[in-house]
Design a protein around this ligand. Structure first.
Ligand SMILES: [Zn+2]
Ligand SMILES: [Zn+2]
Length: 342
């Protein structure tokens, strides 16, 4: 058996015929299994959605209660029989509720990782390697140049800058689901107790995280009329808002961005980012390679990103590797994402 006996690539995404479901379908389908709440994986309009309780809550928060007709909760580690296959969700370490999905048929296992990272993240469960015959991975940062430092080291740079420029507003561009909460929680772990100010587009998901048990400390929605008084404070906003007139009303704003792309200095300069923080919810090159080894797969499918280098590396390890070149994934850390509000 091989992975293609279980999964095939259709216009709506990865499809399992034996179970008649899609994983992270890109267009409305009858039955969708969803790895996590980012909009490129979790879309509204499916008839039924099977996902972790947190992912369902995130979809509800982003799309409204009618995002699908039927919800089914996947419990981590608990096998679910669907048609001719058995499906199990395992933590992916990417954002709150994120999961890998393992599909088993006649003893052959394929694990679809969704997005994942191996680095510490205080806002979600750590990635759990699942021994699998085939592994489906992303490769957003699949080049050896991508090496990510510890998030707390990067967050310390923000606090050091705040101490150095106590009158300037530190405007931090961070993706609204996952990144923002991870940055906030990391600052709290470093002992930062002052209120952290939020652009309106960040508020609902931060409230949801807090409701689901991720303590983010005191958060205050920015009152547009009060912006002039927020000198010296830390303000989080969607990356796109950093370039809006919204950002210009703060006292001498210092622009900060938290993204894996900040590893590329030219990109930070291009975006006018004064303080780039290399914080990613994706795996860097070393993590991707280590994970493929941990999973012990003999077959590797690469959904999107820098597929070529990873495919080449895998082949050198004796793993049959295949780039899928899927279009539509990878939104949350691409240019387009810089303009997404929530
Ligand atoms: Zn994601
Ligand atoms: Zn993604």
């Amino acid at each position: 058996m091989s992975a293609q006996d279980i999964l095939s690539l259709t216009p709506a995404g990865l499809y399992c015929a034996a179970g008649d479901f899609h994983i992270d379908a890109m267009r409305p389908v009858d039955r969708a299994l969803v790895t996590h709440g980012h909009s490129d994986h979790a879309r509204a309009g499916h008839r039924s959605v099977l996902a972790t309780a947190q992912t369902l809550d995130i979809m509800d928060t982003r799309y409204g209660a009618d995002f699908c007709h039927e919800r089914q909760v996947a419990i981590l580690g608990k096998p679910i029989r669907i048609g001719g296959v058995t499906v199990t969700f395992h933590p992916a370490g990417h954002v709150l509720g994120s999961a890998q999905i393992t599909v088993e048929k006649n003893g052959f296992t394929v694990t679809v990782s969704g997005d994942y990272k191996r680095a510490h993240d205080p806002t979600c469960l750590p990635f759990e390697p699942v021994r699998s015959d085939a592994f489906v991975t992303e490769a957003t940062f699949g080049l050896p140049v991508f090496h990510f430092p510890e998030a707390r080291v990067e967050a310390q740079k923000l606090l050091a800058s705040q101490a150095l420029f106590p009158d300037r507003t530190h405007l931090v561009g961070a993706y609204a689901l996952g990144k923002a909460q991870r940055v906030i929680r990391t600052l709290r772990d470093l002992g930062y107790e002052r209120p952290i100010y939020l652009h309106g587009a960040m508020v609902r998901l931060c409230e949801l995280y807090a409701r689901l048990g991720v303590d983010l400390g005191p958060l205050v929605r920015v009152d547009p009329k009060e912006r002039g008084r927020l000198g010296g404070e830390i303000v989080l906003s969607p990356p796109g808002a950093l370039r809006d007139t919204w950002a210009r009303k703060f006292p001498d704003p210092l622009t900060v961005a938290a993204s894996g792309w900040m590893r590329v200095r030219a990109r930070a300069r291009l975006k006018g980012v004064e303080l780039p923080l290399i914080v990613s919810d994706h795996s860097d090159w070393a993590q991707l390679c280590a994970t493929v080894k941990d999973v012990g797969c003999s077959e590797l499918w690469v959904t999107h990103g820098e597929a070529d280098a990873l495919v080449h590396w895998a082949e050198q390890q004796g793993i049959a590797a295949r780039p899928l070149h899927m279009i539509g994934y990878g939104e949350e850390e691409t240019e387009e994402a810089l303009d997404e509000a929530a």
